[in-house]
Ligand binder design. Structure first.
Ligand code: DND
Length: 233
């Protein structure tokens, strides 16, 4: 990795791979912080573009990727153990000085409810921090079913990014049903459309089709080295 221009602005952060990466030192008090929650099974360019677009548009001082230990809506459906998904996320994000990865959810026993994560971030960054949870438009279709969603919306705002195949009239109809106070906690952000999904990447790997240019090279290399997603299950 090329050295950053002014090392005083950076700190070296350990990865679980045994190497360090330069990350911008950020003053978090009272600042806007992004939380990119996901199963990341595996992480791909759709996730990275969403997080970077949100960072830039909303002036987020950092975006923390939080791989879910046990995602509430996918119990029993996750292919890869949390540690591997965490490592893949680390590999995908290590070249972006603003991105960080948190083991918060994979270290927390039980279901990875976002409300618990938002509260943990609030405790970490203080009452003045503005917390933004970043999601794709598809998540909005079912967000009313999330655990303690009203409390969650008190704790953080949402940045919902566009995703090919989701949105339009179906999303409009759902949002029209929400109370105004609920809608005001959401920000909608158009991003370059990438029709990539973790499901499709797993299918491709399981059937011997390429995933090059859908995930960072580091992620592809690790998947192949460790032999993840080799069967089409
Ligand atoms: P996913 O399993 O959808 O993650 O989970 C997203 C987050 O929602 C996780 O933090 C979950 O714990 C949380 N959640 C879900 C349901 C209930 C509750 C919490 C609860 O607390 O009750 P993926 O790895 O599949 O995707 C990560 C994010 O990236 C998602 O928001 C997805 O919409 C988005 N995304 C894209 N956005 C734009 N373009 C693409 C995308 N692919 C994925 N190509």
């Amino acid at each position: 990795m090329p050295l950053p221009p002014d090392l005083r602005d950076y700190e070296w952060v350990n990865t679980t791979f045994g190497f360090e990466v330069p990350k911008l030192k950020v003053e978090t008090a009272g600042q806007a912080i992004g939380i990119m929650g996901g199963t990341f099974d595996p992480v791909h360019y759709g996730h990275l573009v969403a997080a970077e677009a949100a960072r830039h548009r909303f002036g987020l001082v950092t975006v923390v990727f939080v791989p879910a230990g046990c995602p509430p809506h996918k119990r029993g459906l996750v292919r890869t153990n949390p540690r591997e998904r965490y490592r893949l996320t680390e590999l995908a994000t290590c070249s972006n000085p603003w991105f960080r990865v948190s083991p918060l959810e994979i270290d927390r026993p039980g279901c990875s409810y976002t409300i618990d994560t938002a509260r943990a971030f609030r405790a970490l960054y203080g009452p003045d921090a503005r917390l933004y949870f970043i999601t794709g438009a598809d998540a909005l279709l079912e967000i009313m079913t999330w655990y303690r969603v009203e409390e969650l919306l008190n704790e953080c705002q949402f940045i919902a990014v566009t995703r090919p195949g989701y949105g339009g009239d179906q999303l409009r109809a759902i949002i029209d049903e929400w109370p105004a106070a609920f809608v005001s906690r959401f920000h909608f952000l158009a991003i370059p459309g990438l029709a990539i999904s973790s499901t499709e990447i797993r299918r491709r790997l399981g059937t011997g089709r390429p995933i090059k240019y859908l995930v960072p090279e580091t992620v592809e290399n690790y998947i192949r080295e460790v032999g993840l997603y080799q069967t089409n299950a």
